[in-house]
Ligand binder design. Structure first.
Ligand SMILES: [Fe+2]
Ligand SMILES: [Fe+2]
Length: 140
C-alpha cells in the first residue's frame, strides 16, 4: 500500500525533473544555431510553457499534501550538436512519461482521483513532446 510520504517523494523527483527540463530547454535554445536551430528554438519555447505548467501544478499539490516542494533542478547532460541534444531530450521525456504513470498508480492507491488523472494527462503531454522530438530527429 502506498503512503503519502512515498507519493510526495515521487512528486518531488518529478518536480526536480521539470525544473531541469525548463532550464535544459532554455539552455538548448541558446545553443541551437542555423535555420534548423531557429525552428528548434520555437518548438522548445512552446514546450517550456507546458513544463512550467507541470512544475506549477506539482508545487501546489506537494504543498496541499503537506510536503515541501523542491526548488533545485535535476542536473542534466550538455551534449554538443542538435541531434545529440534532441536524443537526450527524447530519452528524458520518455523517463518523465514512465515516472508520471508510476506516480499516478500511487495516487490511485491513495484514492486521489484528481491527482491520478492529472498525472496521466501530464504523462500524455510528455509523450506528445517525445513524438514531436522523434519527428525532428527523423529530419536531421
Ligand atoms: Fe513536463
Ligand atoms: Fe516534456
Amino acid at each position: 500500500m502506498a503512503t503519502t510520504d512515498e507519493l510526495i517523494k515521487g512528486l518531488n523527483e518529478d518536480l526536480a525533473a521539470e525544473w531541469g527540463t525548463v532550464i535544459r530547454y532554455i539552455y538548448q535554445s541558446g545553443k541551437a544555431f542555423g535555420l534548423t536551430g531557429e525552428e528548434l528554438r520555437e518548438i522548445l519555447q512552446g514546450e517550456i510553457q507546458d513544463e512550467l505548467g507541470h512544475a506549477s501544478f506539482l508545487t501546489d499539490i506537494i504543498i496541499d499534501l503537506g510536503g515541501e516542494p523542491v526548488t533545485e533542478p535535476k542536473p542534466f547532460e550538455k551534449p554538443d550538436g542538435l541531434k545529440a541534444m534532441l536524443e537526450l531530450d527524447l530519452q528524458m521525456e520518455k523517463a518523465d512519461v514512465d515516472n508520471y504513470m508510476a506516480h499516478s498508480e500511487l495516487a490511485d492507491d491513495l484514492g486521489l482521483v484528481e491527482l491520478k488523472l492529472k498525472l496521466e494527462e501530464m504523462a500524455a503531454d510528455e509523450a506528445g513532446h517525445g513524438r514531436e522530438l522523434r519527428r525532428l530527429i527523423r529530419g536531421l
